[in-house]
Design a protein around this ligand. Structure first.
Ligand SMILES: CC(C)(COP(=O)(O)OP(=O)(O)OC[C@H]1O[C@@H](n2cnc3c(N)ncnc32)[C@H](O)[C@@H]1OP(=O)(O)O)[C@@H](O)C(=O)NCCC(=O)NCCS
Length: 132
């Protein structure tokens, strides 16, 4: 069963401190009025032809309305514009995360990225082939 403690400002900071300063890293937010209800983080050049969907979160009260799908489309367009063929995600082993990524065309890979696998060995590592 998936049982990870809730993230705090400090743990987000720890997780992202090494990623956010990398060249080309971008984030998109979904807003209701002026409140952020969803966020996605993009990291290009995980490898030469593969970008990474680094983080995705939609507020509990705003789920299953297509917000994550919309944010993922924006990220994929950027990955294609950057010349990538593949998109990588290290997915939390939860029904919502794996269900969502499967619905978007990601499939589990046997060929996990070594550094990301070392960071999240219990995640489901998935790859999507990007189509223009
Ligand atoms: C995973 C998550 C981002 C999905 O966000 P969302 O805005 O609700 O997703 P969407 O509305 O765009 O869903 C698109 C499709 O994903 C699938 N999906 C979404 N939630 C699902 C769930 N709980 N179980 C199974 N499939 C799910 C469905 O196929 C859905 O299509 P449908 O609405 O036509 O059935 C959201 O549940 C979340 O933030 N979860 C907690 C954080 C997390 O797990 N992030 C990913 C970690 S790597």
């Amino acid at each position: 069963m998936w049982d990870r403690p809730p993230r705090t400002a400090e743990t987000w900071q720890e997780n992202w401190a090494s990623v956010l300063p990398l060249p080309g890293v971008k984030a998109w937010g979904a807003f209701e009025d002026e409140v952020m209800v969803g966020i996605i983080v993009y990291r290009p050049y995980l490898t030469e032809d593969m970008a990474q969907l680094d983080a995705l979160f939609v507020d509990k009260d705003h789920r299953q309305r297509g917000i994550a799908s919309h944010l993922t489309r924006l990220l994929e367009r950027q990955a294609i514009a950057d010349g990538h063929t593949y998109l990588y995600v290290s997915a939390t082993e939860s029904q919502s995360a794996v269900g969502f990524y499967t619905s978007q065309g990601f499939v589990p890979t046997q060929d996990a990225h070594p550094e990301l696998y070392a960071l999240e060995p219990n995640d489901i590592h998935m790859i999507k082939i990007l189509v223009n």
